[in-house]
Design a protein around this ligand. Structure first.
Ligand code: ACK
Length: 222
């Protein structure tokens, strides 16, 4: 009945504890600030501006998107495909409210989004829907051939007019290029790690030291 549908949230996910949210926001800002000053980034600035000789301030370019989290299942209050089944999964019920250590292995930037890649553990993958990658196929054709959990991310910011769902698609797009073995156009060593350019404004920073973030598996209702 309608009451039952009401109890399904907008989405399930890992919600970062507030102290680590601040730390990650700072790291992300530092990264954007540094990226903005790098010659190789400036060379490809038109990916972001669309016009030559125009500068972009990445810190202003991306708008914050609220509380930092890693979505496991977007449910849209039960209207999304597989939402009810997910809410009833044993692992979801058993692990609801538990705290996990998320490993953030990379940061990535595109003209649409900035985000962090999350590398899920075996246990965390129990909470990952089987079709999360396949669902992205219409946007990223190679998505279904990527390993389970490839889409796991934290949205750190979106360009004007871009929805946060885009961040996971941008990540899959970059991982698909990596899998195809497309030679990266460029690699720059930074203090935080090595930065790779994949063309069309797509940059991925592989962190030298992954960021470990405590997060609570829970759900969000607007
Ligand atoms: O940044 P995100 O992972 O992208 O967190 C938000 C959250 O749900 C609330 O909007 C994500 N989201 C929105 N629509 C979808 C969708 N169709 N598939 C997967 N995730 C989605 C969004």
């Amino acid at each position: 009945g309608p009451l039952e549908e009401m109890s399904i949230p907008l989405f399930f996910g890992f919600f970062l504890l507030s102290s680590i949210q601040d730390k990650i926001r700072c790291t992300s800002m530092d990264f954007l600030k540094t990226l903005d000053t790098l010659e190789p980034f400036k060379t490809h600035m038109t990916d972001f501006t669309g016009k030559p000789d125009k500068e972009v301030d990445l810190e202003q370019y991306f708008k914050a998107t609220g509380t930092l989290h890693c979505t496991t299942k977007y449910c849209n209050y039960g209207k999304a495909e597989g939402a009810k089944e997910y809410a009833q999964k044993q692992a979801v019920k058993d692990l609801y409210g538990s705290t996990f250590e998320l490993a953030l292995g990379a940061l990535f930037v595109t003209p649409r989004t900035v985000g962090a890649r999350v590398s899920l553990t075996e246990e965390q993958l129990l909470l990952w829907p089987d079709d999360a990658e396949k669902e992205a196929e219409s946007s990223v054709p190679a998505a279904a051939s990527l390993p389970l959990g490839s889409r796991a991310h934290i949205t750190l910011g979106c360009a004007e007019g871009v929805e946060p769902v885009q961040t996971g698609l941008d990540l899959l797009d970059i991982l698909a290029l990596q899998q195809e073995g497309q030679k990266a156009e460029l690699v720059v060593e930074m203090e935080l790690g090595s930065l790779t350019y994949y063309g069309e404004g797509r940059w991925l920073l592989l962190l030298r030291e992954p960021i470990c973030a405590l997060a609570c598996f829970s759900s969000y209702y607007k």
